[in-house]
Design a protein around this ligand. Structure first.
Ligand SMILES: NC(=O)c1ccc[n+]([C@@H]2O[C@H](COP(=O)([O-])OP(=O)(O)OC[C@H]3O[C@@H](n4cnc5c(N)ncnc54)[C@H](OP(=O)(O)O)[C@@H]3O)[C@@H](O)[C@H]2O)c1
Length: 299
């Protein structure tokens, strides 16, 4: 079975030992721009993060697409045949990594660490005691990541208000009841740009935003305006609308906004390879695939 590996942050060669050890009928092929249609004609499965433009439509025998990530939006290409299932990696370890990142940023904010860092820069030993963090935190999206985030936030003392499509009440009420808002939503047409001026105005004055989901959930200009006006105290953005974030992007220089380069948590190449191989075995045996997304809903 020929499988096409699309380029992403893990080099193709990192998967080869696991693929070779799997002992199944598979012929891995690394995507390059100069691959001819004849070489793509018998590709049956794809592993990747994003379809290069026009590639999905050049795979007439495609039976399965597997994302290397939790989010699949970049693989839902318009030329992907409707009958081809798309699945994703579901990795508990990754969820715990995301939860650690969120807990770190939430505690940093709630326990006023930037204040003490500023004091240290001024060699100022000034006690401004901070209470234990018990703040209400709204977690938008209670899926694999959101649930792990909620569990860890509760463990360190925060109160968690979960919100999802299927529960949690009105978004405006949830936003208005929290000191910290965590975005753990999938990027879909419904959630693109959800965190905009109207939503920032519904948050408590001085609230803090943590986005570990996708950059396009946030309307950057509205966020910058909200932080500069003091409506929001700041934000931790692990993901940005444009990645890598260009050096000239205004987000870099807003006091209170912390940028990290999409590092909150990744699945290891070994985990990705293991779940992909399991999927190939299921495909070959005619068994149902795991972690298949609803392509219409987008997650
Ligand atoms: N920064 C990183 O390194 C990193 C790592 C992993 C994942 N991520 C990102 O994290 C996000 C969450 O991933 P996941 O694996 O937790 O996703 P998931 O398991 O698919 O969960 C999605 C959650 O969002 C909710 N949801 C979807 N559409 C909604 C809508 N329109 N309104 C309200 N709620 C909605 C779902 O509600 P229901 O439960 O009601 O269906 C579900 O609770 C994704 O964007 C993913 O790409 C980032």
């Amino acid at each position: 079975m020929k499988v096409l590996v699309l380029p992403h942050s893990t080099p193709f060669e990192r998967y080869l030992p696991a693929f070779e050890a799997a002992g199944i009928d598979m012929e891995p092929l690394a995507w390059t721009r100069d691959l001819a249609d004849a070489e793509l004609a018998d590709v049956e499965a794809v592993l990747g993060w994003q379809f290069p433009s026009g590639v999905a439509g050049r795979l007439p025998r495609l039976r399965w697409v597997c994302a290397v990530s939790a989010g699949v939006e970049k693989l839902l290409a318009p030329d992907l045949a409707p009958h081809v299932p798309v699945s994703r990696i579901v990795d508990r370890e990754q969820g715990r990594g995301i939860a650690q990142f969120v807990a770190m940023m939430a505690l940093r904010h709630a326990r006023h660490l930037p204040l003490y860092e500023a004091q240290q820069r001024d060699r100022q030993w000034l006690r401004v005691p901070v209470d234990m963090a018990r703040n209400p935190v709204a977690v938008l999206g209670m899926g694999e990541m959101g649930r792990a985030v909620a569990e860890m936030l509760r463990a360190v003392g925060f109160e968690v208000l979960g919100w999802s499509r299927s529960g949690g009440g009105s978004l405006a009420e949830v936003l208005g009841a929290a000191d910290i808002v965590v975005c753990a939503l999938p990027l879909t047409p419904e959630t693109d740009g959800l965190l905009n001026a109207e939503r920032f105005a519904q948050m408590r004055r001085g609230a803090y935003l943590i986005n570990i989901a996708r950059g396009a959930h946030v309307v950057d200009a509205d966020l910058i305006a909200a932080v500069k006006s003091g409506q929001l105290a700041g934000a931790a953005l692990d993901v940005q609308r444009r990645e890598p974030l260009p050096a000239e992007d205004p987000l870099w220089a807003v006091p209170g906004i912390t940028i990290t380069p999409h590092i909150a948590s990744q699945s290891s190449p070994e985990t990705i390879a293991a779940q992909f191989i399991e999927g190939l075995k299921r495909l070959q045996r005619g068994e149902p695939l795991l972690n298949v997304v609803d392509k219409v809903r987008g997650y």
